[in-house]
Design a protein around this ligand. Structure first.
Ligand SMILES: *Cc1c(COP(=O)(O)O)cnc(C)c1O
Length: 404
């Protein structure tokens, strides 16, 4: 085996950023709560402050625990640099606010994460940034919008909740030819399944709250990519103050050790469940990039070498009443807004992520009223399928029993 073979991302998720000595020979990353870092020698202090020497000054800028988390993600995404944020939305809004100026134009799609859509369609416009949101599945329309001139192309794939897939390489190439910055939200795919920087993106953002942490117990966000761009966003984040807390950084680091195992399992389970539900009489349709009938299956198969992800959605027959009947019966699922956790999580977009839209607006996004978004956990897939089957069965059903 050649020495320069790149280690697997599964190995990097465990070791990246941690192949060094920590204080007192700790093998696990210390959680450094200290807000400030003291220097006896003012020349040393100055050298750190101006970036001539390694070190930390103040927790809003940098922190040793947070730095290890950034380094792990930087390595996993194969990026020049990475910086972190208090939440995924802080990563996304800081990136847009730091890189855009009045008169700039952003091209994106209608199916971005709800908070992102809000920043794009409302807040950026207040600062005189023009935003064009294209139909997510219309690549020709996105290319026309790119050709009209832009400063930044913002993409997300697969999307929530209907798992639409964008051809990242094709769109990144087109936008790069126009000199635009290309940003991709890689939250749903994770660095295990999809590598946007290799497909031509300049920057990758994540809500670390989801798969990276994986345990639904810490909020966080991260940006990775070209050093010059990450530095510009970092300089803004330093003063806007959306710093990742060291305790959250530790929980995210701990979660990321099992990222490869979790995502591998979730990929396999989502595929099994998607195939099972496709044949189920109570289910009208299934949305999963790994099904051959998915409108962009070919693109997904090419650009997601690790797997098709742990997120799927299905439409129940019988309208929203069926959703109201089936969801409470699930024994192995939280009914909650989160996703990407070790536990299975379900949510109906109609009363969850897309509750603020009208039925007509949801329909325009291709979101049926009886849709259920399903985030596969790491439970045994047979138990998940049995659970779905009993919940979908005809009749009133017994009260949900807590499982043994
Ligand atoms: C959750 C999510 C976000 C926002 O992340 P927070 O950590 O909740 O701020 C952004 N993009 C996607 C795709 C998400 O699922």
């Amino acid at each position: 085996m050649p020495d320069d073979r790149r280690p697997s991302r599964h190995t990097q998720a465990v070791w990246a950023g941690e192949q060094r000595a920590f204080q007192d020979r700790a093998t696990q990353v210390p959680v450094v709560h200290s807000v400030s870092f003291g220097y006896d020698d003012v020349d040393d202090w100055r050298a750190v402050a101006v970036g001539e020497a390694e070190g930390h000054i103040y927790g809003r800028n940098t922190n040793p625990t947070v730095q290890v988390f950034e380094e792990k993600l930087r390595v996993l995404e194969g990026a020049e640099a990475a910086t972190s944020f208090a939440t995924g939305m802080a990563a996304i809004s800081d990136t847009l606010l730091a890189l855009l100026s009045p008169g700039d134009r952003v091209v994106s799609v209608k199916d971005t994460y709800g908070g992102t859509t809000r920043v794009l369609s409302h807040h950026l416009q207040r600062f005189g940034v023009n935003v064009t949101l294209c139909d997510t599945l219309d690549h020709a329309a996105i290319e026309r919008a790119i050709d009209d001139g832009l400063s930044l192309l913002y993409l997300e794939s697969p999307t929530s909740p209907t798992c639409k897939v964008l051809d990242l390489e094709r769109l990144a190439r087109r936008a790069t030819a126009s000199g635009a910055i290309v940003v991709v939200d890689n939250t749903f795919a994770t660095p295990i399944n999809q590598h946007p920087l290799e497909l031509g993106a300049d920057l990758v953002v994540h809500s670390a709250t989801k798969y990276l942490g994986g345990h639904a117990d810490a909020l966080g966000g991260v940006l990775a990519g070209r050093a010059e761009l990450v530095e510009r966003v970092f300089r803004y984040r330093e003063v806007d103050g959306a710093a990742l807390h060291p305790e959250a950084a530790y929980l995210l680091l701990r979660g990321m050790k099992t990222l490869g195992l979790r995502v591998e399992r979730q990929n396999a389970s989502a595929m099994r469940i998607a195939r099972h539900l496709r044949e189920h009489p109570a289910v009208a349709s299934v949305y999963y990039p790994g099904l051959e009938e998915h409108p962009n299956f070919d693109v997904a198969a090419r650009q997601m070498p690790g797997g098709f992800g742990g997120m799927l959605a299905f439409e129940l027959r019988g309208g929203f009443a069926a959703v109201e009947r089936v969801l409470p019966r699930l024994r192995y699922a939280h009914r909650a807004a989160n996703l990407g956790a070790v536990e299975t999580v379900v949510a109906p977009p109609r009363t969850g992520s897309h509750v603020e839209l009208t039925a007509a607006e949801r329909a325009a996004l291709g979101i049926p009223e009886a849709l259920v978004r399903y985030s596969c956990g790491i439970e045994d897939v047979h138990d998940l399928i049995d659970d779905l089957d009993q919940a979908l069965a005809e009749g009133d059903g017994a009260e949900p029993r807590m499982a043994d």
